[in-house]
Design a protein around this ligand. Structure first.
Ligand SMILES: Cc1cc2nc3c(=O)[nH]c(=O)nc-3n(C[C@H](O)[C@H](O)[C@H](O)COP(=O)(O)OP(=O)(O)OC[C@H]3O[C@@H](n4cnc5c(N)ncnc54)[C@H](O)[C@@H]3O)c2cc1C
Length: 265
């Protein structure tokens, strides 16, 4: 059985290698700075190697779906130790949610910096007492003038200490049945009404956080979908979360990290 990719993909592999030889690593030999990583990603997107599923008008390279081409690119980027797609909750979950359900201005504003890796997001769903029964969540948002004012607490919020923004579920229609009373809001994490408290795990690391929202504010139109539609929008995000968790590359890199840890132990 011939398991090679075939001449078309080997030609692509040669092109990707040439591109990488020209652009990675940056000159100087020092560990690459964030600005160099971003500049490299911009070039790789322009060359059609990254953000392949994202339309050009939202900062992607809008390539025809081709899993073999994507695999060749991933292999060559990994071989060169070059930065691949920006990883994280934003690219995995929010970008596809905005593509499906966001307003045009929201896509234009938030997708490009997120796919580049400039903007980090966290997911504010779980609350103390509202985990599996998520629709019972109690964080409330009230419209005051042109802003939502948010009070409540989130928990298990991965990466909240690094995130610039949060997509979160808030109760905006307290009199509606519980699934119909929720809205999906976007919120700036760097404001006085947001307090992040890391939860230290037995490993010594703090990946999860508690997030306290004490009068946090967000503009009226930073809502994905309409008022009371947050539950449906959250289903879209969770669909993409499941998809990303099942990703073979993620499993591979997690396994490699585990082997590396075992070697050092
Ligand atoms: C790696 C990881 C990352 C996460 N990151 C985030 C994040 O970024 N943002 C975020 O919002 N959340 C995050 N979470 C939280 C996750 O979504 C919650 O763990 C989940 O909502 C479950 O809530 P809980 O921990 O309160 O468990 P509970 O709801 O208390 O459930 C505990 C156990 O009881 C069982 N159970 C619950 N109800 C019933 C019932 N009625 N009948 C029978 N059994 C029941 C459950 O199956 C479970 O085994 C993350 C979780 C993990 C593991």
């Amino acid at each position: 059985m011939d398991l090679s990719y075939g001449p078309q993909y080997e030609a692509l592999r040669a092109d990707v290698r040439d591109f990488l030889a020209a652009h990675w690593p940056p000159p100087g030999g020092a560990p690459p700075a964030q600005a160099e990583v971003l500049a490299f990603r911009r070039r790789a997107i322009a060359a059609g190697y990254l953000a392949r599923g994202i339309p050009r008008r939202y900062g992607g390279s809008e390539q025809r779906p081709d899993p073999l081409a994507a695999q060749v690119i991933r292999e060559e980027f990994a071989r060169a130790g070059a930065p691949g797609e920006a990883r994280g909750i934003g690219t995995m979950m929010l970008v596809p949610t905005l593509l499906e359900r966001g307003a045009e201005w929201q896509k234009e504003r938030w997708i490009p910096p997120t796919v580049l890796g400039e903007l980090l997001w966290c997911q504010g769903y779980s609350e103390p007492g509202s985990g599996s029964d998520l629709a019972s969540l109690r964080t409330r948002a009230e419209l005051v003038g042109d802003e939502w004012v948010v009070h409540g607490q989130k928990i298990w919020t991965s990466d909240a200490q690094r995130a610039d923004l949060m997509f979160c579920l808030c109760r905006t229609e307290p009199d509606a049945p519980k699934h119909a009373g929720i809205s999906y809001l976007l919120l700036d994490m760097r404001q006085p009404g947001v307090e992040v408290r890391p939860l230290r795990e037995m490993t010594g690391h703090a990946f999860f956080n508690e997030v306290f929202l004490n009068g946090a504010r967000t503009p009226k139109d930073w809502i994905v979908g309409r008022r009371g539609e947050g539950w449906q929008v959250s289903r879209t995000t969770l669909k993409h979360e499941r998809n990303a968790i099942g990703n073979a590359d993620l499993a591979r890199s997690t396994f490699d990290a585990l082997v590396e840890l075992a070697r050092r132990a």
